[in-house]
Design a protein around this ligand. Structure first.
Ligand SMILES: *Cc1c(COP(=O)(O)O)cnc(C)c1O
Length: 462
């Protein structure tokens, strides 16, 4: 273990204060200062100067995903408890792959996995692991699905049937696995059992690795007919994977829960705590109805692993990885620190602010809602704008560091998309963004007042 000299201890203290006060930090600085960075050279510049570069040049040039007006893509908003646990985890040099090394860290991660299984409605013996992201979770689940199919005899299946709005990571997983994808339904609408049956009828069931359904499509928030798809998969003996990377958090909302019915019948589920469950990057969960299949697909064997007890519950065994960060620890720490009611509350807040945004859009004569909001995604158009206009508006907000909102495409036409996953995003933030689209202010974006995120957001207790 390295000794921390006095200067390093001082920087650690500054780091702690910086973490706590980040929210009150001055305005972000535009990227482009990287030229000021010293070259990597034979002699170092010391920790104090390096920390100053990190704090004052590098980090403020990135648009933080927990900024209340980061509404592009899917942001995140880690709780203080999760951030603290994450920092401690790095410092403690925990190898999270095996019980032998990680000790009770594995026990706490298992509790976080169990909570997610409960949220889904999975039985007691379901299990899974935390990985780097939804992409690796989806890949790991599909590899387990294929392993299961191969185990039942026949050749190597090579077709993955996807809901048309499946996330890009599913195609990427298919490419890695040497599989082709066949898509069911339309990208702009939830996929139903009939859409799926039409596609499956045209395929030899022995060729099908799995069916991938969406529980919260990234672009639209749409949830497929999970119960109908589950019944179809069960009748045909096909593995069902549900990608709930973004949307799974809405299972916590009692009013939204029924839309997910059927998810508990899936053979595997992806859900990303680093999206809408208040955990730092990077952290996603892959969960299996029958974890033995995943273990058999993913467990690595080698002479140097002989000492790792095969009967242990080793997180390395449930995904395409070996050495791993114990990413479930920030999830567990935040859950025990805040309690699950706070999670329900935070998710409901995001849904309510999304509902507010949709109402404001409907009320504005120059704006048009393109679909009723599904989950916390609001899709709308600025009447009269083309793709170039949207791009210029988005770039203007980004370069002024006031908001991150990016255009998308819906039903073949450009649209704006707001995705709410941060309970600190307030209705004022929504008003701020919608105001910049008003006919009077939009051409002269330069006139938009330069506000940082100090002024916005309520003061939640996390
Ligand atoms: C974000 C997302 C993914 C990919 O997750 P990463 O954590 O970015 O790898 C997969 N599926 C859906 C539905 C997503 O929203």
């Amino acid at each position: 273990m390295h000794d921390f000299a006095l200067q390093e201890r001082q920087v650690l203290g500054e780091l702690a204060a910086w973490i706590a006060d980040r929210r009150d930090a001055p305005v972000l600085i535009p990227p482009g200062s990287a030229g000021a960075l010293p070259a990597v050279g034979r002699s170092g510049i010391g920790i104090r100067a390096t920390w100053a570069l990190l704090r004052d040049v590098l980090l403020p040039s990135s648009f933080p995903a927990d900024h209340p007006r980061y509404l592009a893509f899917v942001g995140g908003s880690p709780t203080p408890a999760a951030v603290i646990a994450d920092a401690a985890l790095s410092a403690a040099a925990v190898y999270g792959g095996s019980e032998l090394e990680a000790g009770d860290v594995v026990v706490a991660e298992r509790m976080a996995v169990r909570w997610l299984c409960d949220v889904i409605g999975y039985p007691e013996d379901a299990h899974g692991v935390f990985v780097s992201g939804g992409s690796l979770a989806n890949l790991s689940a599909l590899v387990a699905a294929r392993h299961d199919r191969v185990g039942s005899g026949g050749g190597l299946p090579d077709v993955i049937v996807i809901s048309a709005a499946a996330h890009s990571s599913i195609r990427s997983a298919a490419a890695i696995m040497g599989c082709r994808v066949v898509s069911a339904g339309s990208p702009d609408h939830p996929t139903g059992a009939a859409d799926l049956a039409t596609v499956l009828d045209s395929l030899d069931p022995r060729d099908v690795v799995a069916v991938v359904a969406n529980a919260g499509a990234t672009n639209t928030g749409a949830i497929d007919d999970l119960a109908g798809i589950a019944a179809t998969c069960e009748a045909r003996g096909i593995w069902m994977h549900v990608d709930a990377a973004y949307g799974g958090a809405a299972l916590l909302s009692p009013t939204r829960r029924p839309q997910f019915d059927g998810i508990q019948r899936a053979d595997s589920v992806t859900i990303d705590p680093h999206k809408w469950l208040f955990t730092p990057f990077d952290c996603a969960a892959v969960l299996y109805l029958d974890p033995a299949v995943a273990r058999s697909a993913h467990r690595q064997r080698a002479a140097y692993l002989d000492a790792v007890d095969n009967d242990d519950d080793n997180p390395a065994d449930y995904a395409a990885h070996l050495t791993r960060r114990a990413r479930g620890i920030p999830v567990w720490a935040s859950l025990v620190a805040n309690g699950t009611d706070a999670y329900v509350d935070a998710v409901e807040t995001c849904l309510a602010v999304a509902g507010y945004a949709a109402k404001q859009v409907e009320a504005a004569p120059h704006l048009e809602l393109v679909t009723e909001p599904r989950l916390s995604v609001v899709l709308f158009r600025r009447i009269g704008w083309d793709a170039a206009r949207y791009a210029a508006w988005s770039a203007g907000l980004r370069s002024r560091r006031t908001a991150l909102v990016t255009p998308t495409t819906y039903a073949g036409k450009p649209a704006l998309r707001l995705c709410f996953v941060n309970p600190l995003t307030s209705t004022d933030d929504v008003d701020f963004i919608l105001n910049t689209l008003e006919p009077d202010t939009s051409p002269a974006l330069e006139d938009v007042p330069d506000t940082d995120h100090r002024a916005t957001g309520d003061s939640r207790s996390w």
